[in-house]
Design a protein around this ligand. Sequence first.
Ligand code: PLP
Length: 468
Amino acid sequence: MSNNLEISRKKIRELDKKILSLIKERLDVAKRIGDTKKKNGLSPINLKVEKKVVDNSLQMGKTIGLNEEFSKKIINMLISESLKVQGIISEGRSKYLYGVFEKAREMMSKGDKLIRLEIGEPNFQSPTPVKEAAKKALTTNEKIGYVSSVGIKELREAVANKVNQTYKLEITPNHVLITPGGKFGVFASILTTVSEVNRLLLIEPYWPVYEECAILARTRIDRIHTVLDNGWKIDVEKIKEAFDTGTKLLILCNPSNPTGNIIPEDELKSIVELANDNNVTILTDEVYDAYTFKPFRSILETSCENYIYIQSFSKRYGMTGWRVGYAISSPETIKKMQKIMQISATCVPEFIQKAAIEALEIDDATLAMFSETIKKRVEIASKELDDSPLSYKKPDGGMYIFPRVNIEKFNSQDFALKLLSDQKVAVSPGQAFGDYPRHFRISLGGSEEDIKEGIHRIVKMIEKWQDM
Ligand code: PLP
């Protein structure tokens, strides 16, 4: 028996050697393909070709009796490694976003007076009844202890009621997870949905946190580039092409950070139909839905079968620092996401959740004031931009504008740093949101005066930029 065992072990070692040398050979071929594409100015990624590679492997795996998930895992790993040898690496773009943010903070700590147009935070005061509710919960509770990691029942019920009322649904508290802000909801959704076996699809420009979470989850990231000249329209054919390669999760930010684009109803309907047909989950981040200046449709109003809806109290109620938001999905998905809460943040503090219940009670007229304020700022910013050499699309919603500088080879990152040091204005470079070196993001979270004066200084600097 021990002889037979030794023979089998030797066989395994020989097979491993063969597998590894075949992988090396595959990577060498991939490198040659990458070099040829570069030489001929071809796009490094061709989803149609990839689909053939994936289909071929899955078919082969099936024929020889391999588990499909395993075949997928292996082929996706081989494709990812091939992209690496071709120099295509997802590095994560948050460094561009937080780089300017940190530098601005440092300058302010040294006494500089800055105009902050990079912060994604409305300067609204949290409503007084919300503060009162937190105070009451803090002083009347005997113990400030742990609570359930899925969220307290009263808040999950209040969220379910609110959502059911707004969208005429019938969700239960089991469909709701209370999270420390929308950002944690995004993080938990991505970590529970995808891994190195799957593919995730992003619509460029995107909030860089999605990409960073996807990198953490080691999933393959596909991207669809959208452009200003086409009104940031999403090409549904391209989504179909991406889905053909086996997308597991599509992320939509609606209204968009950074463009302010709202996905039109017919476009959203086509995307949802495609997702349903291909068994794709849509992660829909609607944290800016309180600021909409055009008709807006939530994913909750569509026939989407698999979704994770992300919402937050941050922007809607001027509660960024409270760190409370929620996710809505199937009870099975919510349970998986709850596990991430259990092993990390544990729970959102009870007194914060009690305050959030109070926030849900605030009437729509009071909330409309926030939206009106942002809308007014959009008008002010647009007026300034209309008189400038910049191109932009007036946002349909959200609290940002993503203009383009019409100078060839413009580098937004260099510009943002120089603007900060010379003009004391902070903006977010376009590279933070995808391949947009000629764009930058202006936040409308600050005062009207700051927005006006900030854009004025930006335009002054751009007019000089070509000669610098
Ligand atoms: N989603 C988008 C697109 C955002 O821009 C932000 C914050 O800037 C969030 C989610 C999360 O906000 P919070 O974690 O404060 O709820």
